[in-house]
Design a protein around this ligand. Structure first.
Ligand code: ADP
Ligand code: GLC
Length: 487
């Protein structure tokens, strides 16, 4: 078995603020059939320490980034976890990243440098009998790992950095440098510097042995000025090392036939049973059942997600006979905007501000359309859940959305390949037109149901992508592909 240490700031089911957690939580099981044994290093937030089963101390780290820390191994949700138990850094309530006022913790630089340094130490063979061959780092929170490997004492492990979202770059002032435990040579080079500051993401992008991102289209997009957020030049220079590997979903956790968070399970053959979930959803969100489609949003409410474009279209949606449910939290302006829309349209628009895993499943299992009008979307998981649950995705043509949904234009409907509605450019007029087109499709039940069924049958599993990660690890290590792991 190939030993891989996955390093991330969140993993389902222990701690989740978005799709990163779903992916990090799903990778170990997805990779196991490909001969990969994966452990996951997480910060020891309260939820992580509380959720760890069979915790066993691996090592004590004295004087570790401002306090004493331990590495604790255990299991959760079927995955092998190593928690960095450092109460001075992580024993805080609420969001992993924000203080109770909604502002980044001022010591985030130290909290995630510590996580990365712990990964480096494990890669150095800190724990007897455990030698990871690959350190697989996710996003800026683990971006310093490859920099430690490059500039500090060399270690046997290779590094992979996966970009889940290039908008988050881990930017800090140079005054932190001495606290990073990064060899001083790093300061003299361009690697970690980004427009006069330190960027953890850029550090990783410069120094990792291989780079991946979560869809082929996003892998192309981030090499352009429109999407690269200033890192496009570097990504063009490293294009040969950059791979777009599409996310899959955990088809056990997200299975409409056996989902305990639904009122009624169903499959392609019993799709009419979705109605019971829709009824429950209507009751929960105070929606009066009607004829038109029920649109749904399950999302962080941020600029990325393009939901400000939807807000002004709410009245027209309702006028066309549709209903809307929104589950999300984020920017106060968007939260207030959706609340106001619900107040204007009681019984037609329902809004729940906050985070609710169970309700997110019920929405996928009961609503008709999953709305994802993102300005950019590295992969996107809610449209994949939508496909699997017969909640037809309406998405913008960007990133992973473009790679996973086939637009129901006349030719695609005729050819029997459509799985949703795709629009471009990402502006209000195009979204308006897409909403109208979706409502018209919904009025043709034969076409609609075929589209739902096709989506439910499409392959959104990890199978193909897990093999790509396993191949990448082996390529880095110069290991021939083992025929045993080809199936
Ligand atoms: P991102 O990671 O950019 O937020 P993704 O589509 O990749 O977007 O993943 C979002 C994940 O978070 C999905 O699992 C989705 O169901 C979940 N999610 C988002 N908002 C909420 C919410 N308010 N309540 C429950 N789950 C949510
Ligand atoms: C990020 C992206 C999202 C992606 C997720 C998991 O949060 O915004 O598009 O699906 O990571 O890779």
């Amino acid at each position: 078995m190939l030993e891989v240490l996955s390093v991330a700031s969140e993993a389902f089911p222990l701690i989740k603020t978005g799709g990163l957690a779903d992916v990090v939580g799903a990778l170990p099981a997805a990779l196991a059939p490909h001969g990969v044994s994966m452990r996951t290093l997480l910060p020891g937030y309260p939820k992580v320490m509380a959720g760890l089963e069979g915790g066993r101390e691996l090592s004590v780290l004295d004087n570790f980034f401002g306090g004493s820390a331990r590495l604790v191994a255990g299991r959760a949700g079927g995955i092998d976890i190593i928690a960095l138990d450092a109460p001075h850094l992580y024993d805080r309530p609420g969001s992993p990243y924000l203080n109770p006022s909604g502002v980044d913790w001022s010591d985030n630089w130290q909290r995630y440098a510590a996580l990365s340094f712990a990964a480096y130490e494990l890669g150095r063979g800190l724990v007897e009998g455990y030698q990871p061959q690959i350190l697989h780092c996710h996003d800026w929170q683990a971006g310093l790992v490859p920099a430690y490997v490059r500039y500090n004492a060399p270690i046997p492990a290779k590094t992979v950095l996966t970009v889940h979202n290039i908008a988050f770059q881990g930017l800090f002032g140079w005054e932190i440098f001495n606290g990073l435990r990064l060899d001083f040579r790093a300061a003299g080079e361009q690697s970690i510097e980004y427009y006069g500051r330190i960027s953890y993401l850029k550090a990783g992008l410069q120094t990792a042995d291989a780079l991946t991102t979560v869809s082929p289209t996003y892998a192309s997009e981030i090499r352009t000025a429109a999407f690269g957020m200033g890192l496009e030049g570097l990504l063009r220079a490293r294009a040969d090392s950059l791979h777009g590997i599409l996310n899959g979903i955990d088809t056990g956790e997200w299975d409409p036939a056996h989902d305990e968070k639904l009122v009624q399970g169903y499959s392609v053959a019993t799709i009419a049973d979705r109605q019971r979930n829709k009824d429950a959803l209507c009751a929960r969100f105070g929606i009066a059942p009607g004829k038109g489609p029920m649109f749904a949003v399950v999302s962080r409410l941020t600029w990325q997600k393009g939901l400000d474009l939807l807000l002004p279209l709410c009245d027209s949606l309702v006028a066309q006979g549709a209903t809307l449910v929104v589950l999300g939290s984020g920017e106060p302006g968007l939260e207030a905007g959706f609340r106001a829309a619900a107040e204007r349209h009681p019984g037609r628009i329902g809004v729940q501000i906050g985070y609710d895993e169970a309700v997110s499943h019920l929405i996928q299992g009961g609503a008709d359309v999953m709305l994802v009008p993102s300005r950019f979307e590295p992969c996107g998981l809610t449209q994949l859940y939508g496909l699997r649950y017969g909640c037809v995705p309406l998405v913008s043509r960007t990133g992973g959305l473009a790679d996973t949904v086939i637009d129901a234009n006349a030719a695609a409907v005729e050819a029997g390949v459509a799985t949703g509605v795709v629009f471009a450019p990402v502006d209000q007029d195009a979204l308006d037109e897409a909403l109208r087109r979706t409502i018209a499709l919904y009025e043709r039940p034969g076409v609609w149901q075929k589209m739902q069924r096709r989506g439910m049958k499409s392959d959104v599993s990890w199978a193909a992508s897990a093999e790509k990660y396993a191949d990448l690890y082996r390529d880095l290590l110069g290991i021939e592909r083992d025929a045993d792991f080809d199936d």
